[in-house]
Design a protein. Structure first.
Length: 228
């Protein structure tokens, strides 16, 4: 099984740390964020596809063509046109079922293991204030119905945290445009959900690294992952 890791962004909120190094390569507990991500992947993943753009040569130099017993493939996202566009860049190298992760977030291995049990799935986490997130609407069987971006009313909800299990069938659907320059992956999956059952799985843990203060918090998360 393949894993697609999105690592093309410029990391502008992390500047000045990201002037000379891509955000997913920032060190946490002595290793780049991406190296921790590879360490948390389920054993079924035998190939990692990095989607790169900004300072992508740093990622290539560190991981090469093989890392930790897994084949490493690189796909260059010429235009930073959203998560949907990033995944579509990989169309020609995808073989079948695949996992998608954000390159600058930390996920829990057990959550990823649970995700790949399903043909299609998305990871979500319960939040008390959903006004800063994309929030899923689900049916009684916890399948995707819709996603509402940053609902004004706030309140609790299941927030999208950017982890997906898909298959080549995903590429049969036109990308949904969410702005003048971006195509959304979850919004495209809402269209796909009209034909396929896409399981929404509640995450055990998740840590986004969005600003410099999150790096210290990430070190605490790493220590907890390794001691469980």
């Amino acid at each position: 099984m393949q894993a697609v890791i999105l690592a093309a962004g410029k990391g502008t909120r992390m500047r000045p740390l990201t002037y000379d190094i891509p955000k997913p390569m920032l060190p946490v507990a002595g290793k780049p964020i991406l190296e921790h991500t590879l360490g948390f992947l389920p054993k079924e993943i035998d190939e990692v596809i990095f989607v790169v753009n900004y300072l992508g040569e740093h990622i290539r130099k560190h991981f090469g063509d093989e890392f930790g017993g897994r084949k490493i493939t690189y796909v260059h996202q010429d235009t930073l046109n959203g998560t949907g566009g990033a995944v579509h860049c990989c169309k020609d190298v995808i073989n079948g079922k695949f996992l998608v992760l954000m390159g600058d977030d930390l996920y829990h291995r057990d959550d990823l293991v649970k995700m790949i049990e399903f043909p299609f799935s998305i990871l979500a986490i319960h939040v008390d204030d959903c006004s800063r997130f994309g929030v899923f609407k689900i049916d009684e069987h916890h399948h995707l119905v819709d996603i509402i971006e940053k609902p004004k009313e706030g309140g609790p909800g299941l927030a999208n945290i950017g982890a997906y299990v898909l298959s080549k069938h995903f590429f049969d659907y036109p990308l949904v445009q969410i702005s003048e320059t971006e195509f959304g992956l979850p919004q495209t999956l809402v269209q796909m959900a009209q034909d396929e059952k896409i399981k929404i799985i509640k995450a055990h843990d998740w840590h986004p690294i969005g600003n410099p203060d999150d790096l210290g918090k990430a070190e605490e998360i790493i220590r907890r992952f390794y001691t469980e």
